[in-house]
Design a protein around this ligand. Structure first.
Ligand SMILES: NC(=O)c1ccc[n+]([C@@H]2O[C@H](COP(=O)([O-])OP(=O)(O)OC[C@H]3O[C@@H](n4cnc5c(N)ncnc54)[C@H](OP(=O)(O)O)[C@@H]3O)[C@@H](O)[C@H]2O)c1
Length: 247
């Protein structure tokens, strides 16, 4: 824990939601979008960045936030890292890595590094958090990608990780319904974050934000999932940039 303070006050009980990848991009936008109504556990691998987001949620958004140090590339460390957590009403898996290689050149180390963060980590984190999620009849939200639904040359590792994550989520939904846990996959398209800028820089091209939607737009979809009426579960939600934005 970076900061164990700020328990929800008894007179204002807020649902407690952990957000991974909350230090940047979509994850930070999700943490911000939830701050007004939820107690947010800001999970990230860099202590200074986690503390910065916690401070921002508390001071700029009147939020109730705590931090959790979590390096998802080290899947074996996840159990210890989240062992002190109180029961959660939700977890939003936003952290992810991209990376390109032709299928013909796909080396096991690279594939393994993508699968670790994008597949093994969210499944292990879910496994660790499930007892508490069951007690709170919570929600598990996976920020996946339209790359799970349609792949492109060079994207074998990333698309495979996201397609497998979708299959895991579908299975989890079937199994956990009996325990009161709802499972949602959100499939965002091209989103204006550092990830797109890094892809463009590697290609030697320029990223045009007009071709993408904002991280806040994806966060609004996640917020909808977590605030939907309790008698319904949003199972799958695809969110893409409005087609007329760049026409
Ligand atoms: N941007 C898009 O166009 C797009 C489209 C569809 C789906 N997505 C998906 O949306 C999710 C968020 O992407 P984004 O665009 O917000 O990416 P981003 O701006 O690159 O942010 C990635 C986040 O993941 C965290 N992360 C990466 N490796 C980690 C690790 N080993 N342990 C803990 N945290 C780690 C990063 O932490 P640090 O700050 O420490 O680096 C950062 O907070 C990803 O799952 C991505 O696949 C993105």
């Amino acid at each position: 824990m970076v900061d164990a303070g700020a328990e929800a006050r008894p007179d204002t009980p807020r649902r407690r939601v952990l957000v991974t990848g909350a230090t940047r991009g979509i994850g930070r936008a999700v943490a911000t979008a939830l701050a007004a109504d939820f107690e947010v556990v800001v999970a990230g691998r860099r202590a200074d960045a986690v503390a910065d987001v916690v401070d921002s949620l508390r001071s700029e958004h009147s939020g109730t936030a705590t931090g959790l140090l979590l390096d998802l590339a080290d899947v074996g460390s996840i159990a210890d890292a989240c062992s002190g957590l109180a029961d959660l009403d939700g977890v939003v898996h936003c952290a992810g890595v991209e990376g390109t290689a032709a299928a013909a050149d796909l080396e096991p180390e690279f594939l393994g590094s993508v699968l670790a963060v994008n597949l093994a980590a969210p499944t292990e984190l879910t496994r660790q958090l499930l007892p508490g999620l069951r007690r709170r009849r919570g929600r598990v939200v996976f920020v996946n990608s339209t790359a799970a639904l349609q792949t492109f040359p060079g994207w074998a590792a990333y698309s495979a990780s996201k397609a497998a994550l979708r299959a895991y989520a579908d299975t989890l939904r079937l199994e956990e319904g009996a325990h009161g846990v709802g499972v949602t996959t959100v499939f965002p398209g091209r989103t204006d974050t550092g990830m797109q800028r890094e892809i463009a820089a590697r290609r030697g091209t320029h990223f045009d934000p007009e071709t993408a939607m904002s991280a806040a737009s994806v966060a609004a979809a996640v917020r909808y999932v977590l605030t939907a009426p309790a008698d319904a579960v949003v199972t799958d939600l695809t969110v893409t940039p409005a087609p007329w934005r760049n026409s």
